[in-house]
Design a protein around this ligand. Structure first.
Ligand code: SF4
Ligand code: FES
Length: 256
């Protein structure tokens, strides 16, 4: 096991100087071009109470193994890049503090239900193509917009209908937690369904009929078994499971 020694504090990022404890970080390594299966590399890393999982991965990458493949950008739970399995559960690495894991051993692996590009980085090609399929934008004829204001005003109640669904950062955690996605790679998935609901429920949008037609499929909305794991892992408070039930309401004629 390789270790970062606390004495190196001058060289370490500010997030891990003056360590109060240390953890064992176990990182899944896999290159589909050269490896037949994944392996685990272990590192001893000093941490403070506010150190995040992304902090320790980047410290190891900087000081001990520059070959580690990990995707990140904002480091503040906004861009949706750093999703991975942390001690078996899908989570954002930049939004997960080591201290809240209550474990001295942290295992990080790539998200389930995505092809692995290398190590912790997964391929989002199908994810974004499915997202695009539900037409995630307002569809309407521009001539309907008032020439005077150029605005489409909504009441707070009308905004409430879809607001939480608009917080999606496309991190993929919901799809990675979904047991249906694990058995049916053609399933449209909770993220795309939640986004379909976001626009169907927006009273400025005129694309409801088209979108409902797209999701009304055996690999679409009817494939969901309502496990609810998508909603449990969402870091932004989106509730895809509820969105799916509400969409079914439109298709079954309970909602207009
Ligand atoms: S619904 Fe939540 S978990 Fe799913 S992609 Fe959007 S932000 Fe991530
Ligand atoms: S780095 Fe952007 S969400 Fe974690």
């Amino acid at each position: 096991m390789a270790a970062i020694t606390p004495k190196l504090s001058d060289e370490l990022p500010s997030t891990i100087v003056s360590p109060t404890s240390s953890v064992t970080l176990r990182i899944s390594k896999f290159n589909p071009k050269t490896d037949s299966s994944s392996s685990i590399e272990e590192f001893k890393v000093p941490v403070q109470k506010w150190t995040t999982v992304l902090d320790v991965i980047l410290s190891v990458k900087q000081h001990l193994d520059p070959s580690i493949a990990v995707r990140y950008s904002c480091r503040q739970a906004s861009c949706g890049s750093c999703g991975m399995k942390i001690n078996g559960k899908p989570a954002l690495a930049c939004y997960t503090k080591i201290s809240e894991l209550n474990s001295s051993v942290i295992t990080v692996e790539p998200m389930n239900n995505f092809p692995i590009l290398r190590d912790l980085a997964v391929d989002f090609t199908q994810f974004f193509s499915t997202h695009k399929k539900v037409r995630p934008y307002i569809i309407r004829d521009d001539s309907e917009i008032s020439e005077e204001t150029k605005e489409l005003l909504q009441t707070p109640k009308e905004v409430e209908e879809y607001l939480q669904f608009s917080y999606c950062i496309k991190c993929g955690l919901c799809n990675s937690a979904c047991p249906t996605m694990a058995t049916d790679s053609s399933f449209i998935g909770p993220q795309a369904l939640a986004q379909a609901y976001r626009y169907v429920a927006d009273n400025r949008d005129a694309g409801k009929k088209d979108r409902l037609k797209i999701i009304d499929d055996s690999h679409g909305i009817w494939r969901c078994h309502f496990a609810g794991s998508c909603s449990q892992v969402c870091p932004k408070g989106v509730d895809p499971a509820m969105g799916i039930q509400l969409l079914r309401g439109y298709l079954l004629g309970f909602r207009k």
